[in-house]
Ligand binder design. Structure first.
Ligand code: GSH
Length: 236
């Protein structure tokens, strides 16, 4: 679900689309870059500015298993990108964010502790927050009542992870120094706090950080790419 909002933060030849999940709602993660030969294989959604094109991949209807998409994303998952300037195709949110950050010289420090901090929190999102909250969405939001055990296990892990983030944000405005790809990776998952039955007020530093980022214009624009979504949860 991804975090489509980061699309609008980079100026490059990219277009983004969103995709429907099995429940017919729309996920908020990602895509691949503009390239006519791929566009003909997927439903063209819309072009945003001159720099990128978003292609929706409907994972509820199996479009992620089509050969054209597998050539970009061999693990049949969104998000993925194709950069026509460099002829590079990429899957995996964390790798995509690093690639884009390095290409554009934004949101990822070049070296040292500042870079290490961003990367370790980006990996925390990729290996912990994303997968665990994904399980909460599956069991607690979409399939409530199917497995009390799974709801409890992933629910308590979600609360633990919110606690870790809350502690990190106690002395930090953003997750790692300046606003970075670590914030971009984590924020969209927190925006689903209602699905996760998380009371953000119980994690006041996360709540402050969430609302602070919510106020960013690019985040608000990106949230509604490629289609208008219900109002972004306020964090209150
Ligand atoms: N680690 C991957 C996870 C991506 C992922 O799980 N994508 C899901 C949607 S949120 C997907 O494409 N599922 C389709 C499928 O498994 O067939 C990333 O962060 O990019």
């Amino acid at each position: 679900m991804r975090a489509a909002f980061f699309n609008v933060l980079f100026s490059c030849k990219i277009s983004y689309f969103s995709f429907a999940n099995q429940k017919g709602t729309f996920d908020d993660r990602l895509l691949y870059l503009d390239n006519a030969k791929w566009a003909q294989n997927f439903h063209y959604a819309r072009r945003i500015g001159a720099d990128y094109t978003v292609h929706p991949v409907n994972i509820g209807q199996g479009e992620q298993h089509e050969d054209a998409f597998l050539a970009i994303s061999p693990n049949n998952k969104i998000p993925a990108i194709y950069d026509q300037e460099t002829d590079i195709a990429m899957m995996e949110t964390g790798a995509i964010l690093i690639y884009l950050a390095e290409k554009h010289g934004k949101f990822l420090p070049n070296a040292g502790k500042a870079r290490a901090d961003v990367l370790q929190w980006l990996m925390w999102q990729m290996g912990g927050q994303g997968p665990m909250l994904g399980q909460v969405h599956h069991f607690t939001h979409f399939n409530q009542g199917v497995s009390d055990y799974a709801e409890e296990r992933f629910g308590s892990e979600a609360r633990r992870l919110y606690g870790v983030l809350n502690k990190r944000l106690a002395d930090n405005e953003f997750i790692a120094g300046e606003y970075s790809i670590a914030d971009m990776a984590c924020w969209p998952w927190v925006s689903r706090y209602e699905w996760q039955q998380i009371d953000l007020a119980a994690f006041p530093n996360v709540q402050r950080w969430y609302k602070n980022i919510l106020a960013r214009e690019a985040v608000q624009k990106g949230y509604h790419i490629p289609k208008a979504m219900p109002e972004i949860p306020s964090g209150d």
